[in-house]
Design a protein around this ligand. Structure first.
Ligand code: GMT
Length: 376
């Protein structure tokens, strides 16, 4: 390792892939001897705050009678500048451009000549949805161009970014990685708690945002249970009340289990048989990768960066977006053919370990840091 760095990491604390990735990157970097100053509204849910080299720096949104909503971005910018000044920060790594890259850019203006470089990692909706909005686009163009390096979690996201923004510097693709966690509850225990017996169990873990197209997933699942014996486990951080009526409307309650506020997702992946995703866009889909690491093949639509994670017919089944019938057929195929499921699962695990291990990906981020700091 080169000289230990002082790194300011910015991320959203909410349940979502970008926060998970940033937090796990922070843990890995701290284990390697770097000092991590994680700046966010509250501790991200996976943060190990007991690590001696992880320093959580809270940034509190300001409420004021004249403001209709609390202001998050400007206090964040001020906090970043303060952390940089007090801790000799070598570089700022902003995960999710809005508002983090904009706040980092303001902080840099505040600090002046001594300001550290900014690396921005784009995660998906910061570009696909927010980035395309006229309320953000000109500002994003400016602050992305001002970043010392922009990285994307897939080639697809890089292409989508290049379609929207003109950046002089090449965008680097650094895929996501998985962080293995110990299994703390047995498969039997989890399955007993879910009352699913030993039948085939599909798992979907997400924040259930509308982009996840839970409607299509439930439609496909309803058809699938008329063809085979399968159950569906939905793991969600919050907002599960919204989907319960959708499940009742389709009369599939007896086949669906919902667990909310769950943070130890690995136990549930290890107790399941394949992952199921029906998003209309995913820059990467960390949930599929987390399943792969537990030997689970996937069934999903072939959108965004998912085909870079999943090899069709080898590690999972990819279906054209919106083809609910083919999706339900694929669910039935995996459910009924245990050998195929196991074979694909083994290939999925091997691919996760070869292409998306923490060691390889953290090394790529360290290479990027060295590059912006002029150390390589
Ligand atoms: O998908 C979400 O709702 C969460 C979102 C986020 O920003 O936290 O996830 C995005 O980043 C993840 C980590 O890079 C990717 O695995 C997800 O595919 C990506 N989500 C979308 O592109 C919709």
């Amino acid at each position: 390792m080169g000289k230990p760095l002082n790194i300011a990491l910015l991320c959203h604390p909410t349940v979502g892939g970008s926060g998970i990735l940033a937090t796990e990157l922070g843990h890995r970097l701290a284990d390697l001897g770097h000092e991590i100053y994680l700046i966010s509204e509250r501790p991200p849910f996976r943060l190990r705050n007991d690590h001696p080299r992880i320093h959580f720096c809270e940034s509190t949104p300001v409420e004021f009678p004249l403001f209709k909503s609390p202001d998050h971005t400007l206090p964040l910018a001020t906090r970043i500048a303060e952390v940089c000044a007090n801790h000799h920060i070598d570089l700022i790594h902003a995960h999710y451009a809005i508002p983090h890259t904009a706040a980092a850019w303001i902080a840099k203006e505040l600090i002046g000549k001594a300001a550290p470089p900014i690396i921005t990692t784009l995660h998906g909706t910061d570009i696909i949805y927010l980035g395309a909005m006229e309320e953000y686009r000109p500002l994003l163009q400016h602050v992305l161009q001002a970043s010392d390096l922009v990285t994307c979690v897939s080639r697809n996201l890089k292409e989508r970014t290049e379609q929207l923004f003109q950046l002089d510097a090449e965008i680097e693709v650094i895929p996501n990685f998985f962080e293995p966690k110990p299994i703390t509850r047995s498969r039997e225990d989890i399955r007993a708690s879910l009352d699913v017996g030993d039948g085939v169990l599909a798992i979907h873990a997400s924040n259930l945002r509308s982009i996840k197209r839970i409607d299509l997933m439930l439609d496909a699942f309803k058809i699938a249970i008329s063809r085979c014996d399968v159950k569906l486990l939905i793991l969600a951080g919050a907002d599960t009340d919204r989907i319960r009526p959708e499940i009742e409307k389709r009369d599939i309650e007896s086949h669906v289990r919902i667990v909310d506020d769950v943070y130890e997702v690995d136990n549930y992946y290890a107790a399941s048989d394949f992952t199921l995703y029906t998003s209309e866009y995913e820059s990467f889909c960390l949930g599929i990768l987390e399943g792969m690491r537990h030997g689970l093949p996937s069934v999903s639509f072939a959108v965004g960066g998912i085909p870079e994670v999943v090899v069709h017919d080898k590690t999972g089944i990819l279906v054209p977006f919106g083809d609910v019938d083919l999706l339900s057929e694929s669910i039935a195929q995996l459910t009924e053919n245990r050998d195929r499921r196991k074979e694909m699962g083994a290939l999925a695990k091997a691919r996760a370990e070869k292409e998306f291990s923490a060691e390889t990906i953290v090394d790529s981020y360290l290479g990027a840091y060295q590059k912006v700091l002029g150390l390589s």
